[in-house]
Design a binder for this molecule. Structure first.
Ligand code: GH3
Ligand code: MG
Ligand code: MG
Length: 522
């Protein structure tokens, strides 16, 4: 019933390897291409085991049957290869389910025709059982459909290889995996060419399937060893792809060589694809050196504006050891954050301004005055020099309010603020202490200077034309108290009290005048 010959070894070996590979590949099922790879092992197993059976059987009918069954594997192997390429490099092209299903139509026809060959001879136009070299086997002439099948198989296998090559080119570090992808089917083709070449003198020495199995195993190793089918790597790849932050990969020359979906969705314009553009076509006026020269093994952040949005780009070398390696940019859109920060800053500035200004006159308020007074004292004690303070209070202001109304009083207060701002120097701090009482802090100003300024102020208030705003001629005057302190003053913080006392004296001495407190030694 059986015959044993050395020729059976090749398909037997192929069947064992394919089966083992299938069983061992159970873990890779989760990774892209994993299903198709297992499918490839299965169809190769069918092919090789059917061929093995055919080579050990003696019964004519059984040999025919084995040859027919082998066709399920022969016809599906190129499709399985194509599907592996397609699903492995999922981002290169996407085919619809229908298109994928359509790829098995020709193999199914081929298999059906092989099974029913007796009725039409479309696969084998003639076959005969011969005995050569003491081995019984089948020799055939091919029918029409066989050539359809052959053309289809080589075309689809070539497509698969092209897709895989293209996808691996994107992972430019993985040369070995790339070579494996190209050589895997080539080994099978070479094995087939050897089988039909004149070098091979035996019609039984068919190593085709073994060649294909070997090719796929090499591919499996090549890809697995370089982590391309490794689950964590694929997971990382998927994470980058799903990340809502745009990610770009640049060469050292600033050419964009990879972009995740988010970057494509955001920046790709139909007429101008993102890939192979210079990064400056995106960043416009920002030179690419900002990214490239800042790239280091530790991520550095570069702020960049692209199409009206502001991003913080985290820049990293892809190969930590090689400063000439590609550079990855992960962009975080900080437009909204920046807008909020600016808004908050504006609010903070406004609050700060409000906290130290008086609403009616726009002068500083008492709080700010006290703060500046303390600062000026500290400076005075460290660096010496001299400092004066004026306090002035409008005379009989109650009467103005009573006679012309509170609003008129307010207008007078604003007029006084105008006078003060007109007269004071830039470094002087003017404030409304409250009511109709004001103070001026005069750094680097001695007693004589302070008195001089106080007199100008008193005259200014008296001469100012409040009628422009109030509508009638008003007599407004003020009394001014002056205090001056030097570095060696015993209690400089008392300067306000001293000035207040001088003011009190001015009020008591008839108003509309400037007084200095005599007890003060500067
Ligand atoms: P003198 O200082 O010369 O002794 O007399 P005076 O009338 O100015 O004295 P007093 O300090 O008693 O009166 C202050 C008045 O200032 C009381 C109040 O009617 C008025 N006043 C205080 N704050 C304001 C303000 O914001 N607007 C207006 N219109 N009046 C104010
Ligand atoms: Mg007053
Ligand atoms: Mg008063």
């Amino acid at each position: 019933v059986f015959q044993l010959a050395i020729w059976s070894l090749a398909p037997l070996l192929a069947a064992i390897i394919a089966l083992t590979a299938f069983l061992r590949s159970a873990k890779s099922i989760q990774t892209p291409g994993g299903h198709a790879l297992r499918f490839l092992f299965v169809v190769l197993f069918f092919w090789s085991s059917a061929q093995f059976l055919g080579s050990i059987l003696l019964n004519t009918h059984a040999i025919h049957m084995a040859a027919k069954l082998a066709y399920i594997g022969i016809a599906l192997t190129p499709v399985a290869w194509f599907l592996f390429a397609l699903t492995y490099s999922q981002r290169v092209i996407r085919l619809s389910r229908r298109a994928v299903n359509a790829t098995v139509i020709v193999p199914l026809i081929t298999f059906t025709l092989a099974i029913t060959n007796e009725y039409h001879g479309l696969i084998w136009s003639a076959w005969q059982i011969v005995e050569i070299d003491g081995h019984r086997g089948m020799t055939v002439s091919h029918g029409f459909w066989f050539y359809v099948h052959a053309v289809y198989s080589y075309s689809i296998a070539l497509c698969g290889t092209a897709i895989l090559t293209f996808s691996l080119l994107k992972f430019r570090q993985h040369h070995q995996a790339l070579l494996a992808a190209i050589f895997a089917p080539l080994i099978g083709v070479m094995a087939y060419l050897f089988y039909v070449s004149p070098i091979n003198t035996s019609p039984w020495f068919d190593v085709t399937v073994l060649g294909f199995v070997a090719g796929v195993i090499i591919l499996d190793r090549g890809i697995l060893q370089h982590g391309l089918l490794d689950r964590t790597n694929v997971a990382r790849d998927t994470v980058v792809e799903l990340l809502t932050d745009p990610v770009l990969v640049l060469t050292r020359d600033g050419e964009i060589v990879d972009a995740n979906q988010s970057a494509l969705d955001r920046w790709e314009i139909r007429e101008q694809p993102l890939l192979h553009q210079d990064i400056e076509s995106l960043t416009k006026n920002m030179p690419k050196e900002r990214f490239l020269s800042n790239a280091s093994s530790a991520a550095t952040n570069v702020e960049v504006s692209i199409e009206g949005a502001t991003y913080e780009a985290s820049v990293t070398h892809l190969d930590l050891e090689n400063p000439d390696s590609d550079v990855s940019l992960v962009f975080r859109d900080i437009t909204e954050r920046q807008r909020q920060e600016n808004e908050l800053l504006a609010v903070k500035n406004e609050l700060e301004r409000m906290a130290h200004t008086d609403a009616l006159t726009g002068m500083f308020n008492r709080r700010f005055f006290m703060q500046r007074l303390n600062e000026e004292f500290e400076r005075l004690q460290r660096h010496g020099s001299v400092l004066s303070v004026l306090i002035f209070d409008l005379d009989h202001f109650k009467r103005i309010n009573d006679t012309y109304g509170h609003d008129a009083g307010d207008v007078v207060l604003m007029g006084v603020a105008d006078v003060v701002n007109e007269i004071k120097r830039l470094t002087d701090i003017a404030c409304r202490l409250g009511g109709e009482e004001f103070a001026l802090l005069l750094p680097e100003t001695d007693r004589a200077g302070a008195i001089h300024l106080a007199q100008r102020l008193r005259r200014g208030i008296e001469e100012y034309d409040y009628s422009l705003k109030v509508g009638q001629r008003l007599a407004v005057t003020a009394s001014v108290g002056v205090a001056t302190v030097g570095q060696r003053s015993k209690a400089p913080e008392n300067v306000l009290k001293v000035a207040d006392r001088a003011l009190y004296k001015a009020k008591n001495s008839g108003r509309n005048m400037v007084c200095v407190d005599d007890e003060l030694n500067s």
